[in-house]
Design a protein around this ligand. Structure first.
Ligand code: PA5
Length: 448
């Protein structure tokens, strides 16, 4: 089997190969620090060897629970979580699913929907309205158990399940994925007797997709989690502790983006030409944004879906402020073949493409855009993905995780904390007059 691959030739107009290779020693050292768990945030490096160390017992347990839930003939499975507790599974499920599966439905697997990732009253109303007509179950995923958004959604959905199925059956339809010992959700899961899974202590939310946090939802959506882990494992080996810079694509990617950052390229846009990858970019944005954006440093991670966004963001990318570079997720082989038909009238002047595949046109759009953007001053990194399947997505996930660790260490930040996330929570609790926040409430009200 081939691997995903990294292509840097379209950055050399902006940073030379020498300027990238200048990071060789430090990138190798940071990779060693990650594998030896000696760098900043070393208590949160459990994900580094997760693909090779995930136990057979965990995988079988995931499969067993999924089979049990499937026996209930579920139409919908709701995943309740926010940030790292939902983006990974959403990214993988969307990348592998039929674009219209939510309308077509499936006889074998329930549709996976998400809740607790926003505080929209309309979203929650409309979701509950839908669930009222479906056979459903849910997973609540929260390490702390007290994150407002998922806690709020779970409070409502738990009540709905109990009203609909009775307390005993509701308990069988709720999976809790949380800390092994601590936290409100662990206490609730024990009290209610929910089937539960552990988010390992040393794995932070945004690095947790290869734990039950991601695996349960991906498996229940009908995808092969063993293949996902196998792909990640192959990338763990390909980016291992002894792998030299020249062979380690994660170290090279980390070096290239830091070299570009040094040259003033402060925004990295993740580009896809396949809408199935929209949420993969959302997952990537959390991974890189939360890991690197601190101490007044860090590349701002953005994303676009091409060619759609060429008709909106394309103008800025081509001619706006020259602080951008692109990283393109380039899918080599699509799943289906669609040919352009001949049309006698040819009013749209597309007959010159008759008999050609739609994907050929997409590929030419990709190539033409990358050349135009390089000409316009936007460096272009390309990641080639042979096909959208579980194996390559596993590779891609581990590649971005380990590259993020190396890149964050090169930047000299702790990529495994997120102190800035607390600021909005403090203000929100103060405004909501949460007990214990009296001083903050008075202070914020004085500012209104
Ligand atoms: O990356 C992270 O750690 C965060 O995005 C968390 O995943 C997110 O805030 C959810 O936290 P919790 O799992 O405690 O509900």
């Amino acid at each position: 089997m081939t691997n995903i691959s990294l292509h840097l030739e379209k950055v050399y107009d902006f940073v030379s190969n020498d300027e990238i290779v200048a990071y060789k020693k430090t990138a190798e050292q940071q990779n060693v620090a990650l594998h030896q768990k000696t760098g900043k945030g070393k208590d949160f490096l459990g994900w580094v060897d997760l693909p090779t160390s995930i136990s057979e017992a965990t995988l079988s347990e995931v499969e067993k629970v999924v089979l049990k839930l499937q026996s209930k003939h579920l139409e919908v499975f709701v995943v309740i979580g926010i940030g790292g507790s939902y983006l990974g599974s959403k990214a993988v499920i969307d990348a592998l699913s039929d674009s219209f599966s939510h309308i077509k439905g499936s006889f074998e697997s329930p549709i996976v929907l998400f809740a607790g990732q926003n505080i929209s009253e309309d979203y929650l109303f409309e979701l509950r309205d839908l669930l009222d007509t479906k056979e459903w179950a849910c997973a609540i995923i929260s390490k702390s158990g007290t994150t407002t958004e998922p806690a709020l959604a779970f409070r409502l959905l738990k009540q709905d399940l109990e009203d609909r199925y009775g307390v005993e059956e509701a308990q069988k339809r709720i999976i809790a994925i949380t800390d092994e010992e601590r936290g409100a959700l662990r206490t609730l899961a024990t009290e209610e007797g929910y089937k539960s899974f552990v988010i390992p202590n040393h794995v932070g939310g945004r690095y947790s997709v290869l734990t039950p946090v991601g695996l349960i939802a991906i498996a229940i959506a009908g995808f092969n989690v063993r293949e996902l882990v196998r792909g990640a494992k192959s990338m763990e080996i390909a980016c291992g502790i002894d792998v030299p810079f020249e062979k380690n694509i994660a170290a090279q990617y980390a070096a290239a983006r830091n070299a570009l950052y040094k040259k003033g390229k402060k925004v990295e846009i993740m580009v896809n030409y396949n809408p199935k990858l929209h949420f993969f970019a959302e997952w990537w944005k959390q991974l890189y944004g939360e890991s690197e954006g601190k101490e007044s440093k860090g590349i701002f991670p953005a994303s676009v879906d091409f060619s759609s966004d060429l008709h909106s963001m394309g103008q800025y990318i081509q001619e706006g402020e020259r602080i951008l570079f692109e990283t393109v997720l380039s899918v080599e082989n699509v799943n289906y073949e669609v040919l352009v038909p001949e049309d006698n009238a040819d009013l749209d002047k597309l007959n010159f493409l008759a008999g050609k595949r739609v994907d050929y046109i997409n590929k030419m759009a990709e190539l033409g855009t990358s050349i135009a953007h390089v000409d316009g001053g936007v460096p272009n990194i390309r990641i080639n993905i042979p096909q959208l399947n579980e194996f390559y997505l596993g590779q891609l996930i581990y590649f971005f995780e380990i590259a993020c660790g190396i890149s964050g260490y090169i930047l000299d930040v702790n990529p495994f904390n997120q102190p800035g996330v607390e600021a909005y929570k403090k203000n929100m609790f103060a405004l909501l007059e949460k007990p214990g926040f009296e001083k903050e409430t008075a202070a914020i009200k004085a500012r209104l």
